[in-house]
Design a protein. Structure first.
Length: 141
């Protein structure tokens, strides 16, 4: 039997290991930031129009809102939210505030703004407006 070729020992790439660890940490992290509850579309559909249901806060632009939004939602574009916190506080009347945008980035920023401003019950609509629309849930123009 011929001798086996000698292979040089290889060390794991530390950059690759770090990248893999970061990927696992992000992928396995919580669905919503601390203090922000993840709210399903089904839960919102069940609460639509209920006086004790959550305040739905759409933080997209006026143009996006005009193309369609969750029924009964209040439009406060994310850039205007810090100046309109009292309006949101009054509209929520102590109810949970559930924020959404098109895909999640602006809603997450808005939710953090609400938490930082002292709102205690803040939720984020799972999948935001894109998932709502794809699922065929009711939308108002």
């Amino acid at each position: 039997m011929p001798p086996r070729p000698h292979r040089a020992a290889t060390r794991p790439d530390p950059i690759l290991g770090l990248a893999l660890a970061l990927l696992v940490a992000v992928a396995c992290g919580p669905a919503a930031p601390p203090g922000i509850r993840s709210v399903s579309s089904q839960e919102i559909v069940a609460a639509l129009g209920a006086p004790d249901g959550p305040l739905l806060l759409d933080v997209r632009t006026r143009a996006e809102f005009a193309r369609g939004h969750v029924p009964h939602a209040l439009l406060v574009p994310v850039a205007e939210l810090p100046a309109r916190l009292d309006e949101v506080r009054g509209a929520s009347a102590g109810r949970e505030v559930v924020v959404y945008c098109e895909r999640g980035g602006r809603a997450e920023r808005a939710a953090r703004t609400l938490i930082d401003a002292g709102f205690e019950a803040v939720g984020h609509l799972e999948g935001d407006m894109s998932a709502w629309r794809t699922a065929g849930f009711p939308s108002q123009p």
